[in-house]
Design a protein around this ligand. Structure first.
Ligand SMILES: CC(C)(COP(=O)(O)OP(=O)(O)OC[C@H]1O[C@@H](n2cnc3c(N)ncnc32)[C@H](O)[C@@H]1OP(=O)(O)O)[C@@H](O)C(=O)NCCC(=O)NCCS
Length: 134
């Protein structure tokens, strides 16, 4: 788990307790995918099922030097395959309103903004809630 935790620290602005990674994997393994290239972890996605009909993406990250090569898209499509096995109706996530590349990424994959959460992040930044109907 250590390389995934390290990648999360290098790429994400929010910090997660390291023990949560094992917890997420054990609770919903269908929502936990990793991409390895040249024996190195270069991307991962972590999500959970929040009720029988809803899944939530908690983390998605690709190493800077591997971006725009389709890795994020592959991780997302594996995640969506896992959620469809579980008969989930929609997937939600929060993204910083300033995170242009992630918003474009999710829009390309059919997510729509359905709400804004003011001061959602510790930094005081707002979040869009984005949803994909499956
Ligand atoms: C968001 C992220 C996971 C995308 O990963 P990726 O592997 O680069 O994504 P893909 O190569 O599959 O990109 C697919 C599409 O997303 C959009 N996209 C991705 N990065 C973009 C950017 N910098 N600017 C505009 N659009 C972008 C494009 O539509 C792209 O398609 P295209 O390359 O044909 O134009 C990656 O940028 C990342 O790790 N960002 C930092 C962490 C983060 O913000 N995570 C999301 C938190 S909610």
């Amino acid at each position: 788990m250590f390389p995934i935790i390290k990648l999360s620290i290098d790429t994400l602005t929010e910090r997660y307790n390291p023990s949560l990674f094992n917890y997420f994997y054990e609770t919903f393994p269908e929502g936990f995918w990793v991409c390895e290239k040249h024996h190195k972890i270069v991307g991962f996605i972590v999500g959970v099922k929040t009720n029988p009909e809803i899944a939530r993406i908690l983390m998605l990250a690709v190493s800077k030097e591997y971006r725009r090569r389709g890795i994020g898209s592959i991780l997302l499509s594996n995640f969506l395959r896992g959620t469809s096995i579980k008969n989930i109706k929609y997937v939600e996530l929060e993204v910083k309103t300033s995170n242009y590349s992630a918003i474009k990424f999710y829009q390309k994959h059919g997510f729509e903004s359905i709400d804004i959460l003011n001061k959602f992040y510790q930094s005081g930044e707002d979040a869009y809630v984005m949803r994909l109907m499956l």
